[in-house]
Every structure is written in C-alpha cells, then in structure tokens.
Design a protein around this ligand. Structure first.
Ligand code: 26Q
Length: 815
C-alpha cells in the first residue's frame, strides 16, 4: 500500500483541529494517538467499502463467527503492520518530534474476553482477512471488559475496566442498523385458515441492539472484514410519566435494565454462572446477529430463505451462542411462515459448534424456570426439539433408558446447551488432537456413537502477524534475513530456518535478540512497576488464567522447594532464574485467589532474603492482558505448560512461546503434544503423568497423595511450611485451606484433584534438566531456534484453512 506522508501529516493536523481544537504543540500524546488512529481509519475505510461491495455484488458465501468474547488487544500496531505503513507513520511522528512507541502506548486494550477462547476468536478474524475469506465476527460491545487486576498486599483486587473513557477511534456506530430483541412476555397462538398455528409474543420487554463495527484489516491485502458488536439500550429512553411524578429512580429503571445487558463481561472462564443476566447477554447478541444476517440475505441474496445455508455458515464459539439454534427456528417459523421440518432443515445446515472444554462441570446448563420466563417462545421450541430428538432416541436405542436420559436436551430441570449444539449442528469440533479424542471416546462418547460424521478436530493456532511481526520485530528481521519474506502469510516457510541451527553466528545472534527482548521487559517492569529483574537470568514464564487445573500451585511449590534447598546448601549455585507469573483469577474463585496470595507471599520472602543472592527471583506481574503478553512472550526462555494431563483442551499461549523461541516445559496435554511432535522430544522438557494414566488412576480411585509425602520428605516440608507459621499469621487460614485441599480433600472433593503432588518429583527433575541444558548456551540456542523453525503448524492461518475446507466451504474473495 502506498503511503503519502504529507497527506498523512495534514490529516493528523486537521483531525486535531476539528476534534480537539488544538495545534500539534498543544496536543497531548493521547490526542495524537486519537488523531493518528482516525487518519489510519480514513485509509482503511476505502478498502472496507470496496470489499463490502465486492462481496455483495458477487453474492459471496460468508462465515459468521458468533462469540461472546473477542479479546482484540490493541489495534494500532496491528493495523499499521497489516497495512504495511508502520515505518511511514513512525517517521511522520518522528518529524513531528514524537516517539511512535509513546503514541502506541496511549491505546488501552480492547479486553472483551477472558482468555484463550476470546483471543482465539481475535486470531481467527486476522487470519480470515489475511487469507481473503469473507468472514465476520458478531459479539457484544461490553461497556466494561475484563476487570483490571491490582495486587494489594499480595491479594488480587478487581477494578472496572473502563476501556471507553476516551472514544474508541476504531469503531463506527451504526444506529441505522439497530434491531429490537424481546425478553419475557407471553406466547399467544392463533389458528390460521390454512391450518397452521401462528405464535406471537405479547407484553414483552423490548431492548434495542445497536451495532458498532470495527474493521478487520488483512495483512498485505486490500481485504477488510468486519467485527460487529452489539450495544443494548432501552427503545424509549426513560419514562417521562414516572419522572413527572417525581419517581426519578423508577423513571430510569427500565433504561438501566436494558443497558445492563451489555454492561460487563462475566469474568469467569469456566463453570456455568446460572445467572439470568448471562442468558440475557447470550440471547441478546445472538438474536440481533441473526436478524442482521437475515436482513442482509433478503436484501442481497433474495427473499427465499431456503437458500440461507448456501450463502451463510455460522460457527458457534462454545455453547455461549448456542441459543442461535432455537432462535433461527423461531425467526423462520414465526416471522417467515416456515413449517417445522423446513425450518429444521435450514437450521441444521447452518450451524457448526466448537467445544473448548473437557471439564464436564463446565458445560453450560440453564435452569428451566429461568429460561422459560425469560424466553417463553424459545423455551417452547427447545422443548419441541427435545421431544422429537427423544422420540428418535427411543427408536434407535429401544429399552436403553439410561442412555435416553443421559442424552435428553432437557433433563434434571435443566437445558443442556452442549447437547442442543450437537443435535442442531452439522459439525462438532475439538481444538487439539487429544482434546477431540477425549471428546469422542469419553466425554461425548454417546454422541460420537450417534453422529460419528459430525465430529472433527481443528487444532488451534495463533496469528504470527500479532505474535511475531508486531510483538518481536528483532526476531522477525532475523527470520526474514534468513528465509526471505513471505513467512508472514505462510508460516511453514519458517522450516527454512532449520539449516541455521548449527550456524554459530546465527545462534549467537538469536541469543542476542532474546537478551535484548529480556532487557526491554526488564526496563518496562522497572519503569512501570518498580520491579527489578536480571536480563542475564533464565526467564521462566507462567502466564494464563489462574485455574487449579493449570497448576500454578505446582510451580510455586517447586519454587518453595528451591528456596529451601538454597538455604540448606550454600554451595548450591545454579544459573540465576527469574520465575514470572501473570494470571487473573475469576472474582468468585476463592482458591485461585489464595494461590495468587501464595505466589506473592513467596515472592516477597524469596526476593528479600539476602541468602538467596539472586539465584532465584519470583515476579507476579499484575493485570496480565494482551498488550503485556506481547512483551512477555518475546522475552521468555522457558514456557510453563504444566496442566494436569487431559484437562487443557488446547492452550494457545504454548504456541506463542514456541514462535518466539521459548522452550516448552510441559505435560502431555492439549496442543503441547502436537508442539513436541513438531519440535522433537529432544527440544522440549516433557514430564508427568499422561492423560491415560490419570484416567486410569481416576477410575480406580487409587490415588493417595499422602504416599507422595511419605516418599519425599522435601516435598513434605514444603507442604508443612504452608501451615507451620513460616508465613505471616494473617495468611494462616487461606494457606491451610490450600494444604487441606491437597492432603485431605475438602468441601466434598477428593484430595489433590489435579495431581500436583503426584507430578512434583517429575517436575523437579525436568527443571534440573533445563538448568543443565541452559548451561550450554549454544545447545540451548539450537533448541530454541528449532522450536521457531518448527512452529509453522501453529499459525491460525493453517487452522482457518482447515475450517474453510472441512466445514465452511468458502471461496477466497479478493479486491
Ligand atoms: C460460561 C458461563 C457463564 C459465564 C462464563 C462462561 C465462560 C466464559 C469463558 C466459560 C468459558 C470461557 C472460556 C473458556 C476458554 O477460554 N477455554 C479455552 O479455550 C482455548 C481456545 O480453544 C483453549 O486453548 C483452552 O485450552 C481452553 O481452556
């Protein structure tokens, strides 16, 4: 894309004048950021309009990715890189006497997601646009995204994420496309002369859904797709009647109730919340999105909705948008006169479902009473889907009552959203090979038996544009120098790096770059948080949501073990290590919060004990988020991927580490398995029980964590330090709870549900091997470089091509 410097300069100046009434020298860095963004938007707009027109004229088949979460992070750097104008913009700013990085840093993250699932959606949008597929996102424009995490006295404290305190220059409000969504009320039916019954909802609460569009700019292409996020409001503002009666609070109540729907992202990344508001959010964005798709179809493709599945395919990101299945039935039958069979035929050709979790307790279920009163007509439809499905089960499995009960969509007073998804979708996929196998063989075995043709695997991927080109410019240059350009759009080209894995000059350069990134992170932490770390130490990094199955507890117990060892044996003098954690805990997840407190307590002790003499340091970086991740991955040596085998569906951080030359320390879980298969076992540190072994111990109920304590006195003393007064008395109760959960099991749980103690020795050993390997710098460099060279499979471009070929059946549409 050609970039006109002078034009861009005057665009910025005009913008500052119009929006802020300021000249360049009066403008704050944030004003400049906003003016630059607005100027970039002007460049994007042209292509965006053109691409929309081409897709309309060609009547292209399109995919819609329905997701309650899109964890976009910052847009500026990514858009400039994808447009190919980053250097140009940086030099304009330089001529204005400003530093590009300072301006980029003004942008707050768009944190409309919890973790992996939300970030995956963002990577997929980037790949769709780059590969020139018409594919768009639909979601919710939360007024407050993922909470801001502060650490106060070692505890997590949540603050609202007020990401819209300034206007967002990357979005365009489209009030002309607003639609209404109905909640509650009663269903009334009417017999029509043709014998059909017409269903209508009366006395419902009406909510307005207004779309905000963000452009999704492809890399090195003119393609611009769209992320459309819905905002909720009340159609009639506040109630003037009540206001005049001086009932001020009641006058705004309706308005508040409506606005509450898109007020805040639920910060739990597992487990059903069972909250009415969450169900409202789901139906709100799903109904608005389907209405929007239908309107487009009628306007552009034609009035005949029987062709809907020829032109549209909808991917459901987990069960959160699965209510789309009965909602499309409703729209087809109640608003477009279809009969049940014709409507069902359309619906079951339209939707595909991705499962992101193995934890059975995390599968979404809605209590019937909540569901029925909030969505009476949708409830009727779900009941009818269930009735017909159960009929078919009785024919297929006569007499097998147990199976029929297990598989019913409505049962035990609940609506089981995953079951509804499997019945209503033509495709069901897991997100890594092991995950899909576990779904087929164990978690969803009944369903795989019934619908084997629906099941398929789509191993996750990440976009190299954000996670390497933007995040790690030095390594990107290193790569381009050796393999040429083109890997930005075809990551398999990285394999050409292999031949440098014995080239001393390349290895030294590679390690110099790693060191430079570590230095940058160290400077950032010093400047922003007053945290000091040594760039010459090994950076061992554990960043992801805090969850017991992800086993941050195993990591910190090992650090306690190392601390004891250093105190006992002053001659123990390993290469200095910095253990870095970043993790948010769901606000109501008490044990996860205790683990954060433990990490910070241990950090405090270790970092302030002179006897440790810098051999180990422990850092908890607060408020882990996309923009921080972009600084952490490039600076990491060791990638902690230590979930209990069988529990992490895929993981995607593991791929970002690999791409940036960190070596995996992991269990045989999720995509780790595919990562080591690519990298080679000799280039990773794999430890611990396998999913199969854990499955076996689980089923035999044979696990007794006390055996492990008896066998390993060092582990036993680490554990007893949780309860013997080693730490300040105010933490006694919460560390005691962690201890009890590991050793005895509490609150009706088995002891050590996630096998922390069972894997402890193997984890210690794996760390020792890492120290050994790192001692030989060249050998380490080779391992790390080979990881980069073999990361090609983990591009979300590969994942998207698989979705396109196996599920979506899209054709490329270019400009
Ligand atoms: C459900 C009900 C009520 C409130 C919240 C939720 C909820 C919200 C978010 C449930 C789950 C999530 C997010 C799950 C998630 O991020 N899963 C991760 O998905 C990644 C992408 O496939 C995988 O790599 C991870 O293994 C998986 O944990």
């Amino acid at each position: 894309m050609k970039f006109d410097k002078e034009q861009f300069k005057s665009s910025i100046e005009n913008r500052l004048k119009r929006q802020y009434g300021k000249s360049l020298d009066e403008a704050t860095p944030h004003d400049i950021y906003d003016a630059v963004a607005a100027s970039v938007m002007e460049i994007i707009q042209g292509n965006w309009m053109n691409y929309r027109k081409v897709c309309r004229d060609k009547k292209s088949r399109q995919v819609y990715y329905l997701s309650a979460e899109f964890l976009m992070g910052r847009a500026m750097g990514n858009n400039l890189i994808n447009l190919g104008i980053k250097d140009g913009v940086a030099s304009v700013l330089k001529e204005f006497g400003m530093d590009y990085n300072l301006i980029e840093d003004q942008e707050t993250d768009t944190g409309l997601g919890n973790g992996g699932l939300g970030r995956l959606a963002a990577c997929f949008l980037d790949s769709l646009a780059t590969l020139e597929y018409p594919g768009h996102g639909y979601g919710i424009r939360y007024r407050y995204g993922m909470f801001e995490q502060h650490i106060e006295n070692g505890y997590q404290v949540e603050y609202p994420d007020n990401w819209l305190s300034h206007r967002d220059p990357w979005e365009i409000k489209r009030p002309d496309l607003a639609v209404k969504v109905l909640f509650g009320g009663n269903v009334v039916s009417e017999q029509l002369p043709n014998g059909k019954t017409l269903y209508k909802i009366v006395n419902a609460e009406e909510v307005t859904a207004t779309p905000y569009d963000m452009p999704i700019v492809g890399f090195d292409t003119k393609v611009v797709n769209r992320l459309r996020l819905w905002e909720a409001s009340s159609p009639n503002g506040f109630d003037l009647q009540l206001f005049n009666d001086m009932k001020y609070l009641q006058a705004v109540e309706k308005q508040n109730n409506a606005e509450n729907i898109s007020r805040v992202l639920y910060p739990n990344d597992s487990g059903p919340s069972g909250k009415t508001l969450r169900l409202k959010q789901q139906y709100f964005f799903v109904s608005a999105s389907l209405q929007d798709m239908i309107a487009y179809h009628k306007r552009v493709i034609g009035k005949d909705l029987t062709k809907f599945p020829e032109y549209n395919v909808v991917q459901l990101n987990d069960t959160h948008p699965v209510i789309a299945i009965p909602e499309l039935m409703r729209i087809l039958m109640d608003e477009n006169g279809f009969g049940w069979d014709d409507a069902w035929n359309i619906v079951t050709k339209t939707f595909a479902y991705t499962n992101h979790t193995i934890l059975a307790e995390a599968l979404e279920k809605w209590p019937i009473d909540i569901f029925e009163s909030l969505l009476p007509r949708i409830y009727q439809i779900v009941t009818e889907i269930n009735r017909r499905f159960c009929d078919s089960l009785r024919t297929k499995f006569p007499g097998d009552w147990k199976k029929q009960q297990r598989m019913a969509i409505v049962g035990d007073g609940m609506i089981r959203m995953a079951w509804l998804a499997i019945v209503g979708c033509f495709s069901v996929n897991g997100v890594a090979a092991l995950h899909t196998e576990i779904l087929k063989k164990i978690e969803l075995a009944d369903w795989y038996e019934l619908y084997p043709e629906k099941f398929n695997n789509k191993t996750n991927g990440v976009t190299q544009r954000r996670w390497l080109v933007c995040a790690n410019p030095e390594l990107s240059e290193f790569i381009t120098k050796r393999v040429g350009p083109g890997w930005e759009k075809d990551l398999s080209k990285l394999s050409a790096l292999e031949k440098y894995s014995d080239d001393p000059e390349s290895l030294d350069e590679f390690m110099r770059i790693k060191h430079s990134n570590k230095k940058k992170l160290a400077d950032f932490l010093k400047d922003t948080q007053n945290i000091f770390i040594d760039p010459d130490s090994i950076f061992d990094v554990h960043i992801k949501r805090l969850h017991e199955y992800k086993r941050q507890l195993l990591n910190i117990l090992h650090i306690m073990y190392l601390y004891n060892r250093i105190l006992e044996d002053p001659s123990f003098d390993p290469i200095p290590r910095t253990f870095i954690f970043g993790a948010k805990a769901a606000s109501g997840y008490r044990r996860a919060k205790s683990i954060i407190k433990l990490i910070n307590t241990v950090a405090d002790r270790v970092n302030n004990d002179y006897r440790v003499r810098g051999r180990i340091r422990v850092i908890f970086v607060p408020n882990y988020r996309v923009s921080l991740a972009e600084k952490l991955f490039p600076a990491s040596d060791v990638s902690e991927q230590i979930s209990t085998a069988g529990k992490e569906a895929s993981g995607t951080g593991n791929m970002k580490f690999m791409l940036n030359g960190a070596v995996t320390l992991g269990t045989m879980d999720g995509a780790n398995i595919e990562i080591v298969a690519e990298a080679g076992k000799e280039n990773a540190f794999i430890f611990g029980l396998t999913a199969e072994e854990i499955q076996k111990i689980d089923s035999e109920h044979s696990y007794n964590p006390q055996d492990y304590l008896a066998r390993n006195p060092k582990l036993a003393s680490v554990l007893s330090q949780l309860i013997d007064g080693t730490f300040e008395s105010s933490t006694q109760a919460i560390f005691r709870e962690l201890y009890d959960s590991l050793v005895y099991g509490i609150e009706g749980q088995r002891p050590d549900v996630y096998y922390v103690l069972a894997d402890f020795d193997a984890y210690v050993e794996a760390h020792e091997k890492i120290l050994e390997a790192y001692a030989d710098k060249r050998k380490w460099a080779k391992m790390a470089l080979l990881n980069v060279a073999r990361a090609g499979k983990f591009s979300s471009d590969r994942t998207i091509e698989e979705y396109v070929n196996d599920i979506w059946k899209l054709k490329k549409v270019s400009l």
